[in-house]
Design a protein around this ligand. Sequence first.
Ligand code: NAP
Length: 281
Amino acid sequence: MRSELGNEITKLRRAGITPGLAVVLVGDNPASQVYVRMKGKACDEAGLYHETIKLPTDTSEADLMALLERLNANPEIHGILVQLPLPRQIDSNRALHRIDPRKDVDGFHPENVGKVVVGDPTGFRPATPYGVQQLLIRTGVDTKGADAVVVGRSNVVGRPMAALLLQDGPGGNATVTVCHSRTRHIEQHTRQADILIVAIGKPEFVTGDMVKPGAVVIDVGVNRVDDPSRKQGYRLVGDVKFQEAKQVASAITPVPGGVGPMTITMLLYNTVQAARQWARG
Ligand code: NAP
């Protein structure tokens, strides 16, 4: 997918358009710093222009809004991403809603949320569920008529994931169940899933006995658990107990290395889509 994108970027550059992404990082959250670095590196590799703007933890909401307005007006920038979480003094929704929807490559602005729900392809699909859908399509998993169970209902992953699986088209037409923290007997739902997508942020919550034999399991979770045997003192695990679930599933994504790289790839796709749509006016 990255090489496909490279060809698309070359074409756009020949037409005089270099897709540009601005990443805004407020504060010094260590995980956010890693994510932002990875996004910048991916932009460099793909030939996208990018700027990372780092602001101190005590940045006021007004100052962030002023920056977003400048980026909205900057013709070199086609995509704007505000890395979450934001410090307490800033209302995340207000900040995300200030981004011009045409530059909202994270797909969190209500205009894009609405477009995704109604299946308008000019809307930006949030990168993580978009990446999961592409994983399914490109590995030949037929979603049509499948029982898909999404565990987690966040605006970042679970809800848009359900919307994409419901759409009429490739990677859609599934029968979708969404589970969350108030769902009773969650294992009864997960065991029905032909496609099980888990995004809850609870280390190894889904065990092998919660998976239907032959199911496709997509593990979105990224959790740090203590591991004194590692140099950094921790390791990353998903929301699924990988060793158990892989005995039962027909296919499963690892953590790290599964959904994470797809998320970054789809962010690049969205930035290219933004540049293309911007050029068309
Ligand atoms: P979030 O905003 O914290 O949402 C978690 C969701 O899981 C909520 O809907 C919550 O239900 C539900 N939940 C929590 N505990 C549950 C339980 N015991 N049983 C059933 N549902 C439960 O998290 P998020 O942003 O969606 O992220 C989820 C995970 O994915 C995290 O580990 C995050 O790091 C990871 N992630 C990975 C990527 C990537 O690129 N790989 C991208 C984004 C997120 P309620 O709504 O009822 O509270």
